[in-house]
Design a binder for this molecule. Structure first.
Ligand code: ZN
Length: 306
């Protein structure tokens, strides 16, 4: 059962001009009792890190003195049962573990870690090569039972190691490319299958797959896993790590959310090393530079724990 809320974000993916940053990234609130939008500027900008605009309906009504119409809301609404996760055939995953000379990410990783270590980690994390875009890679999400929950196809620039985001974000999912329907994508951590290989090693959680790989190369004292997306960390996933020593390394801007998620989960702590050390230039440079910066910062952290 899930609480029925009077106001919810509008569904359907429509984005409006944000009153703060001027980009078309505002998701508006809808009054579920009337189906109407609350106001043009009542909503949340999805540029969480760079803009952060959020005007809640309660705040809107407080500021304007307006009142929503009176209705009796049902207290609870039946929650749709969560479907069982779908899996990709392991043979499909295995077939992708080849053609690394055409894999931009792995070629870039060789330059960062040296060929031997890069290939070792590529094999450990089972990074595949995709034909979808020339040079693209598959980041498989394999769970603790060695089942393949999904494969995220991404294209990186071979020289800079940055994601190719122009003229569009080069991200796709294997099940969609293979047109497997219906497919219930239930993401696990990227690198989750490594938990069973060493049950004593402490676990470190970062946001991006790339950071997990590079960090494994430099700081092998941890099992590095990635949430594979800012919003992908939740209480359920963290609770599943109970019994392990876990350190979360949030990207800039995610510290508070990750910290509140970790509250009450035994063994999980959050590193604020990035938040403390970040300069305005680091913040302005955005996420891809953060990876490099993070390693420098974590190196310091690791030399002086606590
Ligand atoms: Zn904005």
């Amino acid at each position: 059962m899930r609480r029925a809320y009077r106001f919810e974000f509008e569904k359907g993916g429509l984005k409006y001009t944000c009153p703060q940053c001027g980009k078309a990234r505002l998701v508006r609130y809808v009054d579920t009792a009337t189906g109407e939008q609350v106001a043009d500027h009542a909503g949340r900008c999805d540029r969480e890190d760079s803009c952060g605009y959020h005007l809640r309906p309660s705040e809107f009504f407080r500021l304007t003195g307006k009142r929503p119409c009176r209705v009796t809301m049902p207290t609870y609404r039946q929650k749709r049962p969560t479907p069982e996760p779908s899996f990709i055939d392991v043979a499909v995953m295995r077939a992708s573990l080849a053609r690394y000379e055409q894999n931009n990410f792995c070629r870039w990783l060789c330059g960062v870690l040296g060929e031997e270590r890069a290939f070792e980690l590529t094999a450990l994390y089972r990074i595949g090569t995709s034909k979808h875009w020339a040079g693209s890679s598959v980041f498989w999400q394999i769970d603790r039972a060695n089942r393949v929950r999904g494969g995220k196809v991404m294209l990186y620039d071979v020289a800079t190691g940055r994601r190719v985001k122009e003229p569009f974000a080069h991200v796709h999912w294997v099940h969609r490319l293979m047109k497997i329907e219906p497919y219930h994508l239930r993401q696990c951590f990227f690198g989750e299958h490594l938990l069973c290989l060493d049950t004593l090693k402490p676990v470190a959680v970062v946001e991006s797959e790339k950071t997990a790989l590079v960090a494994s190369g430099f700081i092998p004292e941890f099992i590095w896993m990635a949430t594979a997306g800012k919003q992908n960390l939740n209480k359920e996933k963290l609770t599943s790590l109970q019994g392990r020593r876990v350190k979360l390394f949030p990207d800039l801007g995610a510290f508070e959310r990750w910290q509140s998620l970790s509250r009450g989960v035994a063994g999980v702590s959050v590193s604020d090393v990035l938040e403390r050390r970040a300069t305005d230039a680091d913040r302005a440079a955005g996420l891809d530079l953060v990876c490099t910066f993070k390693l420098r910062a974590m190196g310091v952290f690791y030399a002086n724990p606590g």
